[in-house]
Design a binder for this molecule. Structure first.
Ligand SMILES: C[S@@+](CC[C@H](N)C(=O)[O-])C[C@H]1O[C@@H](n2cnc3c(N)ncnc32)[C@H](O)[C@@H]1O
Length: 276
């Protein structure tokens, strides 16, 4: 598969029709008219550990109000909005999947953050920004879809100012053995490129991004999935939740990812690196 076909396959994996309507339906069930950044956190942080993981990552970055931040593979923009609302950052988000960007832009407008957060469709491997123009960059649960980590991190390093920090929070391989598909990030192995933390560190260093810290968040991920399953068993899916962005085969994806986490094959790992 060439890289264009792979990009189309990745976007097709995430594309969902009716996501806006599903989120609106969830908000209506909650009895809230207008969405807020905090309420949306249940559905718009499409990574293990959800908002708790985003908060931890923001702390590690130590953002200052007014900082210019890039969110690579921003999805429907939950992380971008939270960073803007809680740290006063100005955030640019880029994502491959047009449907996610459209939903994200509408939600950003509705929570009143359109002046601080701009989301656009684009490829993480061809970032449409000036060199050295960001104070910080984040990438959450995106690298599993990108084979060429060296090119990904070189592009991010290029738009980051010297001294700027980059936080990556991806699902990484932490043990031997296979894992089943579909996974939340891929229907099959043709668009899944899970790598070890050592491979990430090497690709970061080669791009001029010196790793400063590393945290394995497997326990947080297992906690999140256990809470999700308990809620499902007690009363079905909550009004707003990641089941809405995972589509109809969400339960199989969750079963597969939990099995791989429990077997110690994968874990979500956060690495913070600094541009020299
Ligand atoms: C699991 S979602 C995570 C979304 C978001 N970072 C979050 O944590 O909520 C993965 C996202 O990566 C995006 N993605 C995958 N490959 C990409 C690429 N080459 N360029 C830009 N975005 C990409 C997908 O479109 C999808 O929105």
């Amino acid at each position: 598969m060439d890289s264009d076909a792979r990009d189309r396959a990745v976007a097709a994996h995430y594309a969902l029709t009716g996501l806006t309507a599903a989120i609106r339906g969830g908000l209506a069930r909650l009895g809230d008219g207008a969405p807020t950044v905090d309420i949306l956190g249940a559905v718009d942080e499409f990574h293990m550990g959800g908002r708790a993981a985003t908060k931890a990552l923001a702390e590690a970055l130590g953002l200052q109000p007014g900082a210019r931040v890039l969110d690579v593979g921003c999805g429907i923009g939950g992380t971008a909005r939270w960073l803007a609302a809680h740290s006063g950052a100005r955030v640019e988000g880029v994502d491959l999947t047009p449907e996610f960007v459209a939903v994200g832009r509408a939600l950003t407008e509705e929570v009143g953050l359109a002046g601080q957060v701009n989301l656009q469709q684009g490829n993480a491997l061809a970032l449409p920004f000036e060199a050295d123009s960001f104070d910080a960059a984040v990438l959450l649960h995106v690298g599993m879809n990108i084979a060429d980590k060296a090119a990904l991190f070189a592009g991010i390093a290029g738009v980051l100012r010297p001294g700027g920090r980059f936080a990556v929070y991806d699902v990484m391989r932490v043990g031997g053995g296979d894992f089943g598909f579909p996974q939340p990030w891929a229907g099959g192995p043709d668009v899944s490129f899970v790598e070890t933390p050592a491979a990430y560190r090497a690709a970061l260093a080669a791009a001029g991004l010196a790793p400063e810290s590393e945290v394995d968040r497997r326990a947080l991920a297992l906690e999140m999935f256990a809470a999700m399953r308990a809620r499902m068993a007690a009363g079905g899916p909550p009004p707003l939740g990641l089941h809405l962005v995972m589509g109809p085969d969400g339960p199989v994806k969750i079963a597969n990812v939990v099995a791989a986490l429990e077997a110690g094959v994968i874990a979500p790992v956060q690495i913070v690196a600094r541009k020299g």
